[in-house]
Design a protein around this ligand. Structure first.
Ligand code: PHE
Length: 456
C-alpha cells in the first residue's frame, strides 16, 4: 500500500510551515474580516471559533490520517483505502472544490499585486477614505487590469507548482510565516491605538447574541473549513508527503492554533481602523483593501510598511494557491498518467477561464447572476458553504465507519510510539458529532428545522 518512493517534506519544521502556509492565506486576512463584518461582528467570531474546535480540528486530523496512510492524492487515496466504492466521490468533490476556489482566489490574489504596484508608484498615498474606496471599486470592476493581475498570479503559481512539492512549497513557507506574524503584530498595534479604536475592538470581541441566525452559522462554519483548508482533500494531498515520524495530531493542533491566531490578528488589525476611519464594516470583499491604506497613511514610514505588507499578503496567498493547485495537478498527473508539467498546464488554463469570468462578474458581467449571486460570489458560496462542509462530513463518516479503529489509532500514534490521549473522544466526534452537526447546519439554512418546529 505504501509507495516508498513518494517524496516527503524535508524536516519537521518544514512539515508544519508548509501546512500552515497552505492554511494561512487570503482566507484569514481578506475573507475572515469581511465575513465577520457582514455577519454581525463578535457573534460570528464565536460561531467560527466553535466550528474550528468542534469540526475543523477533527476533520484535519482525519485528513492527515487518510493522506499519510494511503500516500496518494485526494482522489487516489480513496481508490487505495476503499477500492471500487462510491467513497471516491469525496476525492472528486475535493478536486472540483480546489478548482472552483481558485476561480475566485486568483482574482483576489491578483488584487494584492495591483496594490504592490500602487505602493511602488506612490499612487496609494495622500487620499481620503472615500477616495481609497472609490479607487478600489473602479479598479476591481474594470476589465483589463484585474484580469492582467489574475493571469500574472496564476503564472506565478504555475511556475512554483511545476518543479514539484519539496523545492517549491517548503522553501517558500519557511521564510514567509515568521515575517508575516511580525508585520501583523505591528499593524495591530497601530490600528488599536487609533482614535475610536475601542469601538472596533468591541465589535470584534463583544458578541451580540441576537445576531446569530442560520446564515451566520453557515457562514461561520464555511469560514472555519475554508480557513483551515479542510474538507477538500488539500490536507490529504499534503499529508501524503509527510514522513512516518510526523506527529499528526500535534501538527494538526499547531496548524489550527497558528491559523486562528492569524485570523484574529487580522481582525485586530482591521476593525479598530474601520471604526476609526468611518468605514462600514459590512462593505464586503473590499473591506481589507479600502481599510488598510488608511492605516498605512497614519504610520511613519507608511510606504515601507505597506510594501512589506502587500508583498507578504501576496506570498501568503501564493502558498495557498500552490496548495490548491497541487490538489488538482496531483490528481490529473497521477490519475491520467500525464506528466506533471502538462497536468499543471491543464489546470492553470482551466482555472483561468473561471477566474476571468469571476473577475468580470464584479464589473461588466455583474447583472448575470446565478441564484441571485454574481459568478464570483457563487463560486465562493458553493465551495465554502456547501462543498467543504459536505466533504468534511463525508470524510468523517468514511473514516468513522469504514476504517478499523486499530488501523486508525496505529496511524495516528505512529504505530504506538506517540500518545493520543483523547483518541476515543476524537473517534466519537468524527463518527457522530461532526456529521450530525454539519447536517443540522445545512438543514437549518434550508429552513427545514424552522419548518418542522412550526409543524408541531
Ligand atoms: N485556507 C486558505 C486560506 O485561508 C484557502 C484554502 C482553502 C487553501 C482550501 C487550500 C484549500 O486562504
Amino acid at each position: 500500500m505504501t509507495n516508498k518512493k513518494r517524496v516527503t517534506f524535508g524536516s519537521r519544521l518544514g512539515v508544519i510551515l508548509a501546512t500552515v502556509g497552505c492554511a494561512v492565506g487570503l482566507g484569514n486576512i481578506w475573507r475572515f474580516p469581511y465575513m465577520l463584518g457582514v455577519n454581525g461582528g463578535a457573534a460570528f467570531l464565536l460561531v467560527y471559533a466553535i466550528c474550528i474546535v468542534v469540526l475543523g480540528l477533527p476533520v484535519m486530523i482525519t485528513e492527515f490520517f487518510i493522506g499519510r496512510h494511503s500516500r496518494k492524492n485526494a482522489a487516489g487515496a480513496f481508490k487505495v483505502l476503499a477500492p471500487g466504492t462510491k467513497w471516491i466521490v469525496i476525492g472528486y468533490n475535493g478536486v472540483l472544490a480546489a478548482f472552483l476556489i481558485l476561480g475566485f482566489y486568483f482574482v483576489v490574489a491578483g488584487w494584492t499585486l495591483e496594490y504592490i504596484l500602487q505602493v511602488v508608484t506612490g499612487s496609494l498615498t495622500g487620499k481620503t477614505a472615500v477616495e481609497f474606496a472609490s479607487d478600489f471599486t473602479r479598479f476591481s470592476s474594470g476589465i483589463f487590469r484585474p484580469i492582467f493581475w489574475t493571469v500574472v498570479f496564476t503564472a506565478l503559481t504555475h511556475i512554483v507548482i511545476v518543479p514539484g512539492v519539496k523545492k517549491g512549497i517548503e522553501r517558500a513557507s519557511k521564510i514567509l510565516m515568521p515575517v508575516l506574524f511580525f508585520i501583523l503584530i505591528v499593524l495591530c498595534i497601530r490600528s488599536a491605538t487609533l482614535p475610536n479604536a475601542g469601538a472596533g475592538l468591541s465589535f470584534l470581541f463583544n458578541p451580540d447574541f441576537s445576531k446569530i441566525d442560520s446564515s451566520v452559522i453557515l457562514s461561520g462554519m464555511g469560514q472555519a473549513f475554508f480557513s483551515l483548508s479542510v474538507g477538500m482533500g488539500c490536507l490529504i494531498t499534503y499529508s501524503s508527503y509527510f514522513g512516518k515520524e510526523t506527529h499528526l495530531q500535534k501538527t494538526a493542533v499547531q496548524v489550527t492554533i497558528l491559523d486562528s491566531l492569524v485570523a484574529i490578528l487580522a481582525g485586530i488589525m482591521i476593525f479598530p481602523a474601520v471604526f476609526s476611519f468611518g468605514i462600514e464594516p459590512t462593505v464586503g470583499p473590499e473591506l481589507v483593501f479600502i481599510t488598510l491604506p488608511n492605516v498605512f497613511s497614519q504610520m511613519p514610514l507608511g510606504t515601507l510598511w505597506s510594501l512589506i505588507f502587500y508583498v507578504l499578503l501576496a506570498l501568503a496567498a501564493l502558498t495557498s494557491t500552490i496548495s490548491l493547485h497541487e490538489v488538482a495537478t496531483a490528481y490529473v498527473h497521477e490519475e491520467y498518467q500525464m506528466t506533471r508539467s502538462r497536468a499543471a498546464l491543464v489546470v492553470s488554463a482551466g482555472v483561468l477561464v473561471f477566474a476571468t469570468l469571476s473577475s468580470l462578474s464584479l464589473g461588466v458581467l455583474k447583472d448575470y447572476t446565478i441564484f441571485g449571486l454574481t459568478f464570483f460570489d457563487f463560486l465562493d458560496y458553493v465551495t465554502t458553504k456547501i462543498m467543504l462542509p459536505f466533504g468534511g462530513m463525508l470524510i468523517c463518516i468514511f473514516v468513522g465507519t469504514q476504517i478499523d479503529r486499530k488501523i486508525l489509532k496505529a496511524e495516528l500514534t505512529n504505530q504506538g510510539t506517540v500518545p493520543f490521549y483523547f483518541f476515543n473522544t476524537y473517534a466519537f466526534f468524527i463518527k457522530y458529532i461532526a456529521p450530525v452537526a454539519i447536517s443540522i447546519v445545512f438543514l437549518n439554512e434550508l429552513g427545514l428545522i424552522e419548518w418542522i418546529r412550526r409543524m408541531f
